[in-house]
Design a protein around this ligand. Structure first.
Ligand SMILES: Cc1cc2nc3c(=O)[nH]c(=O)nc-3n(C[C@H](O)[C@H](O)[C@H](O)COP(=O)(O)OP(=O)(O)OC[C@H]3O[C@@H](n4cnc5c(N)ncnc54)[C@H](O)[C@@H]3O)c2cc1C
Length: 301
């Protein structure tokens, strides 16, 4: 994938989609509509997040199980170390496996509202590496882990990040999904560093279309992803929620995705925020392939 190999763009791009578990019946209905709209992208898998502090445990589980029951798409459940003992996490994992959910996105997690530094729960896992090791003891899960092209806010330096990432993969992570970023050069530099330290698993760029500039700016500030000035300037004076804002967001996302694809990236992970419009717009604008997909029957039943 590195730029200097000059790979030609691939015709077919693998895509995975991330959703959050809805809080209300109306939001759940909207999630199913979004998923239905995005199924023609033929996702490799769709994942469901686990709320900060482990607050969405039951909702995450229910949505993941329903995706498995209602669609042909492979679901992946996010699971964090926050708010649960090892025994509780093992139980959750066993239940997933029992329900046929064999793909876990294994994360350390953040404390609720990021008020405090991460502290292991009493009797809990101390971080993603321990969680991955624990999951491997429960069952033959496919495990995906997180990576940070612009560094994690708690990074102790590039070298220690690489060693930590290597430990995640040695523990059993078979794929890395990156935190969202808007600077492709930064991603490619990161990619080269990761490969240079002997990590061979796929590194899938995480794409967060800017559906609402103020909201994404808040996310960026809290997780260390930088919105380049050239991007924020494009939103200046553009009212949130306007069609002009959507057009700006679409152009930015298309430029980022086509830049990644033209340099050899074959798989993208979209942070959907449970919305389909911009992602469908990207697919359409880039001329990527849609497949026909059956309707979701019996949704929510
Ligand atoms: C794709 C993706 C999905 C996510 N989904 C969720 C979700 O569903 N729910 C949720 O609550 N959060 C989620 N997050 C956020 C994630 O929980 C936070 O970023 C959290 O702070 C770190 O999780 P981690 O698994 O990357 O942690 P870790 O890999 O354990 O550590 C994160 C970083 O801390 C530093 N670090 C930690 N331990 C060491 C060490 N021993 N030596 C050196 N450096 C170390 C490194 O910089 C490392 O990259 C997601 C993030 C990504 C990228």
């Amino acid at each position: 994938m590195p730029r200097d190999q000059g790979l030609t763009p691939v015709a077919r791009i693998g895509v995975s989609l991330e959703f959050f578990p809805p809080k209300t019946a109306a939001m759940l209905a909207s999630l199913w509509k979004t998923l239905q709209a995005l199924l023609p992208l033929d996702p490799v898998f769709v994942s469901v997040t686990y709320g900060a502090g482990g607050t969405t445990r039951d909702r995450t589980h229910q949505v993941v199980k329903d995706i498995k029951r209602i669609t042909n798409v492979r679901p992946a459940a996010h699971l964090t170390c926050v708010g649960s003992s090892r025994a509780e996490i093992r139980d959750i994992a066993q239940n997933y496996f029992h329900d046929g959910v064999t793909h876990i996105v294994a994360l350390r997690g953040d404390p609720p509202e990021r008020t405090t530094k991460f502290k292991p729960y009493p009797g809990g896992y101390g971080g993603s590496v321990e969680l991955i090791e624990g999951l491997r003891e429960v069952a033959e899960f496919e495990i995906t882990a997180a990576a940070y092209p612009e560094g994690h806010p708690e990074s102790q330096g590039v070298q220690s990040d690489m060693e930590h990432l290597k430990r995640k993969c040695d523990a059993g992570a078979v794929r890395l999904i990156t935190q969202f970023f808007y600077n492709n050069d930064q991603f490619f530099r990161f990619y080269e560093r990761v490969r240079a330290c002997g990590i061979t698993v796929p590194i899938v760029p995480g794409i967060l279309p800017i559906t609402n500039f103020e909201q994404i700016a808040r996310f960026s500030a809290s997780c260390g992803s930088v919105i380049p000035k050239a991007i924020s300037e494009q939103f200046e004076g553009v009212p949130s929620g306007s069609s002009e804002a959507s057009k700006v967001a679409l152009d930015i996302a298309c430029e980022q995705c086509s830049g990644l694809i033209s340099q050899g990236v074959e798989e993208l992970h979209f942070y959907t925020l449970n919305r389909s419009d911009l992602i469908l717009g990207i697919w359409d604008s880039l001329g990527l392939k849609f497949t026909s997909s059956p309707s979701l029957v019996g949704v929510g039943s």
